[in-house]
Design a protein around this ligand. Sequence first.
Ligand SMILES: [Zn+2]
Length: 99
Amino acid sequence: MGKKKRSKIPQRRHDLAVSQGFRCCYCGEKFTKAGTPGAATLEHRNPKMHGGTNARENLAAACQKCNQDRGRRMQMAKQRKEKAKGAALLTSIQPQTAE
Ligand SMILES: [Zn+2]
C-alpha cells in the first residue's frame, strides 16, 4: 500500500520549521505539539492583503501564539487608526479637568 498523499501546505510548513531549527521566527521559542499555542503555523511575512505571495521568501514558520498575536495587532492598528480620528475630534472639544 502506498503512502497517503498529504496537501502541500503542511509539508512546506514542516520544511520551513526545519530550516528555522524548529523555532518560531518571532519569539524564537521551540515549536510544540500541534493543537497547542506553541505549534508551528505558516506565516506570510507580507500579508496577502498587502500584496504578499505564497513564494518561499514570503513564508515563515511562526508559533500559533505569535501568528494570532500578529493578526490581532494588525486588527488593532486598523481600529486604532479609526479611533484616533474620533479621539482627535473629542480632545479638541473636551474641557481640561484640573485636579
Ligand atoms: Zn512565537
